[in-house]
Design a protein around this ligand. Sequence first.
Ligand code: GUN
Length: 288
Amino acid sequence: MTAQVIDGKAFAAKIRGRVAEHVARLKADHGITPGLAVVLVGEDPASSVYVRSKGKQTLEAGMNSYEHKLPAETSEESLLALVKRLNDDPAVHGILVQLPLPKHLNSDLVINSIDPAKDVDGFHVSNVGLLGTGQKAMVPCTPLGCLLLLRDLHGSLAGMDAVVIGRSNIVGKPMAQLLLGDSATVTIAHSKTKDLPEVVRRADIVVAAVGRARMVPGDWIKPGATVIDVGINRTAGENGKDVLVGDVDYASAAQVAGAITPVPGGVGPMTIACLLANTVTACCRANG
Ligand code: GUN
């Protein structure tokens, strides 16, 4: 059996199209243009690529993009002052502080200084609590993108066995909450999980979000299961050039799975599409 390849790139393009239509209506009917502010501290190459891509797609959707690039040695005080300015700016509907921050900055403190209504990442403790209790929250973009792909494929996820590998605040934990919210039976596996292969073999849905290249081989996958690969790992390819690979060994998993996301072109494009959608949501809520 060869798995259906889940086309996240095409799905994300559809979402961006819908966002652009919504933005055009907000402008035409209400004279409002949603605005997204992205803050990057330092020059981490991967983060710089993401931030550029976010800015470009924000503009393409017809929204305003405000990029704030600060030097790596920026003090916590001045970063908090910038966040406060953005919180108070009515033209800014969404605020994203790119992670990871340099080590001398307290990420929790910075993230929790963002107005929860503008927290389009869904990382503020208020949004984490709202999501965990099934209330209206800003939902983290990568897990939201994964959920949309799963709903598109399966319709209802009720009663399905889902295993999330990885327990990060950005992906693993909110992913588990979203799957639970859709009535899946959820296991969160991590580095201390006993007999991980056996745990994964029980799953109808596997979400891999650990950040280790090809750590999930095909023989861990139940035949016909759906595999969502959140990993984006740079590793040396056969010709010596760097290649991007996921947390799942795609070649072997695609022989067993029912459906699988490729890397690149699976979950990745969904993250920014959901960020744009969250920004429009924040703008609509701010304007009643
Ligand atoms: N770094 C990696 N992923 C993300 C994300 O989704 N949001 C932010 N702010 N930083 C990240």
